[in-house]
Design a protein around this ligand. Sequence first.
Ligand code: G3I
Length: 355
Amino acid sequence: MRWRSWLLISTLLICCACSKGNEDHQNNAAGDSIPENATIWQRAAFRWGAAVNAKLLRNNAAYRAIVTREDNSVTPENAMKITRIRSSPDTWNFSDADYIVNYAIENNKRIHGHTLIWYRVPAWLETYQADAAGWEQLFKEYIQTVVSRYKGKVGSWDVVNEAIDDNGNLRDCVWLRNLGADYIARAFQYAHEADPDALLFYNDYGQEQSELKRNASLALINSLISRSVPIHGIGLQMHISKNTSEENLAAAINTAAKTGLQIHISELDIAMNPENNPDLTYNTALAEMQSKKYNFIVKTYNAIPEAQRFGITTWNVTDGDSWIVDAFKRPDWPLPFDKDYKRKAAYRGILEALK
Ligand code: G3I
């Protein structure tokens, strides 16, 4: 009978090992496995987050589960934009923003507010008629209403987004036309008055694409610092592609860090089909190339002083909800998760950068 007991014990041991393996490992799109309990945010000495969509968070359980498991910071993708909050002069709509804020609080996540002042505004604002005092009142009231509502809940804000155009000049927009160039400094002051504890960011794209954009953003930020405007951080969006050079990525991160402000890689994604090829399919070579690029960014970011590492936020969660696919009407795979919510090779690249 002894051989029977031995067989039973061996079978039990094998079964336990197999089920443990299933629990701890999840195949990713690149075919290798990553321990399920090794999340990026658990390993990083900074926050790891994503831009989240209120509708998906409400209605899609798999989407909600992946955000809950994988992120300890969230940025509302669209819910806190003026287009959503104030779609007409008489309508204030906070339902999606409130939903995300409540979700984040319940699930112990940091909330980064995006964005108070941007050139993209609702149609009524493009044609709004008022004198200088009227515009100033509308501007101040908007910023302070939103910031005050979430005081103590939203700890940081993109106060001004994309104020510099691709030629390095202040971008033409309703705010510049009606309030003058100093609208940027005043936006920070008004936000600070409404919540003196909130960290306030200037957020822009393309600092890794051209020296011109990089220098123009830094000149603006340094001038705000030198005037003691309450600015605490820089958001480097980093909507990049497989072609963005490591040299330019490092220059964007390291020159921003020289200001001494908090650095947020605020909208990271890596487009793999910048050529807009409608027939491209994702393959192992592309997955590995993307993994290396994510790895490089995270390593470079991890080398700036810890006190300046506000965190890294990807723009959207999975390849299935990326804005890129929508906006450019092409196949693309910019994020660390595939459309089936599986970790990609990019995820491994990020984890490896944190070793
Ligand atoms: O919700 C409406 C829907 O009711 C309507 O039927 C549909 C028709 O077009 O539009 C839907 O709204 C769209 C919205 O996304 C939600 O999907 C808007 O048209 C579309 O313009 C909007 O795009 C957003 C874009 O900002 C403009 O606000 C993207 O989702 C969002 O990812 C993108 O995010 C920006 C950052 O805020 C700033 N940096 C660049 C980044 C990417 O463009």
